[in-house]
Design a binder for this molecule. Structure first.
Ligand SMILES: [Zn+2]
Length: 436
């Protein structure tokens, strides 16, 4: 694993190499939380384009950047992570994901808002802040109840949609800097939340330190993120993409919060995004909030599963490869029988899956998506065209591959009409199968 460049770096770090025997700095870098050298592969999905980089027709002739999708696990703190190959500025300044296009996600947001208003007795005197607030899909439910809410969102195009819906939103990346600005304006958050944003932060220490600064003394932080245990146990390798820098267990996230003066005191296991955790945290010195039984239980289950051992992580790659072979076998059989196969959805995870498996328009004629932003564009890497959902009724395909498999039931009921012509669904994860 040595190279001239690394030797130079090693010298720069340690001084004279002849006196010492410096360990070469590994090309894969160091852990973004604890700084230990990363040496252990979790899964290597090869080279892949940025999964939210939907191409316009004019861009199809251009060179397209691909980056390694090689995930490591830290052998000191067991944080599963991808190196920051692309800066968040490049990824998130214009973002194609509008949370409001999923009915089930909206319902989830509304239930959350009602739960938190009741639990924390939020009122017109309270302050709610959401980091990574997207298009205001969630904060709108607080605004409707007259509770002061503020979004912090780096993508200007989705932030504009939030403002149009009446949700005050700042276009900014969150971290210590943004937190200090808000505190200087006299704002502290009674409820500070972030859904599916923690994974997307390259400097996780700066982000969590920012949460600690912005949180009011008696306030509560809630953070939702996909649960690493679900990813491992349900073979969700396609939820790995360049935009997701970290993959958290309860144990690893608790360590990070502890290091920044926040104490995780409760957790809920949610069905969203294939299985997520919602953690509740408060200031370390806030003793009013007791550690819940649910937290102790999940901690014990993670320990029993071996989440804090390397052995937990090593078999994962072989399963991803096996899934690739099974998915291709299924699609090859369909194409050999002259069946027409299309996709449903154009989610990030679909792009990881299709690029890893080498599936292009030779297998999938097209895919469809409800988000008009994507219509007329093409999937990154595979260049599969994206249409509006009506295309499926017009072309009557034999198989529809459900790419956002976490919404399997919602999509199967929306598309129930494909059975009129004998159409069937293919669900790729955890094990590729034809779903009736
Ligand atoms: Zn580490």
């Amino acid at each position: 694993m040595t190279s001239v460049g690394n030797d130079i770096l090693a010298v720069a770090r340690t001084g004279a190499p002849e006196d010492t025997n410096p360990e070469p700095l590994p090309p894969q870098g160091v852990c973004r939380f604890c700084g230990a050298a990363l040496r252990h592969t979790f899964v290597d999905l090869g080279m892949s384009p940025l999964c939210e980089n939907y191409l316009r027709p004019v861009e199809l002739q251009d060179m397209e950047p691909f980056y390694p999708l090689h995930v490591y696990v830290c052998d000191r703190c067991f944080l599963v992570q991808l190196r920051e190959y692309v800066s968040p500025k490049a990824i998130f300044s214009e973002y194609a994901y509008f949370a409001s296009y999923s009915d089930s996600w909206l319902a989830h947001a509304q239930r959350y808002a009602e739960l938190m208003i009741a639990k924390l007795h939020l009122s017109g005197e309270s302050q709610v802040v959401e980091v990574g607030s997207n298009d205001g899909y969630l904060l709108q439910y607080f605004v409707q109840r007259g509770i002061p809410a503020l979004g912090v969102e780096p993508a200007a195009n989705v932030a504009a949609a939030a403002v149009a819906r009446g949700v005050p939103t700042r276009v900014q990346f969150f971290g210590r800097g943004a937190a200090r600005d808000l505190v200087a304006e006299g704002r502290r958050a009674d409820l500070l939340l972030g859904n599916n944003v923690l994974a997307q932060v390259p400097d996780v220490n700066d982000f969590v330190a920012g949460l600690q600064l912005l949180l009011a003394p008696g306030g509560v932080v809630t953070i939702e993120f996909p649960h690493l245990m679900r990813l491992v146990e349900e073979n969700q390798f396609d939820t790995i993409y360049h935009e997701h820098f970290s993959y958290f267990s309860l144990l690893s996230v608790s360590r990070i919060f502890d290091a920044h003066g926040l104490r995780v005191y409760d957790v809920e296991e949610l069905k969203t995004h294939g299985g997520s955790l919602r953690i509740y945290a408060c200031h370390a010195e806030n003793h009013r909030r007791q550690t819940s039984a649910a937290l102790a239980d999940l901690r014990a289950r993670e320990m029993a599963a071996g989440v804090d051992t390397l052995a937990y992580y090593t078999p994962f790659e072989a399963r991803a490869r096996e899934t690739k072979r099974k998915f291709l076998t299924l699609l090859i059989a369909a194409k050999d029988a002259s069946k027409r196969v299309v996709g449903y959805g154009a989610p990030g995870k679909g792009n990881t899956l299709l690029n890893y498996c080498g599936i292009r328009s030779d297998f999938l004629d097209y895919t469809v998506d409800r988000n008009p932003y994507k219509h007329g564009r093409f999937l990154p890497g595979t260049h599969i065209p994206i249409y509006a959902p009506e295309r499926i009724r017009e072309t009557r395909p034999d198989y529809v591959v459900i790419l956002p498999w976490n919404l399997e039931r919602e999509i199967m009921s929306q598309l129930a009409y494909i059975r009129e012509w004998g159409g069937q669904f293919i669900v790729p994860i955890p094990v590729p199968r034809i779903a009736l």
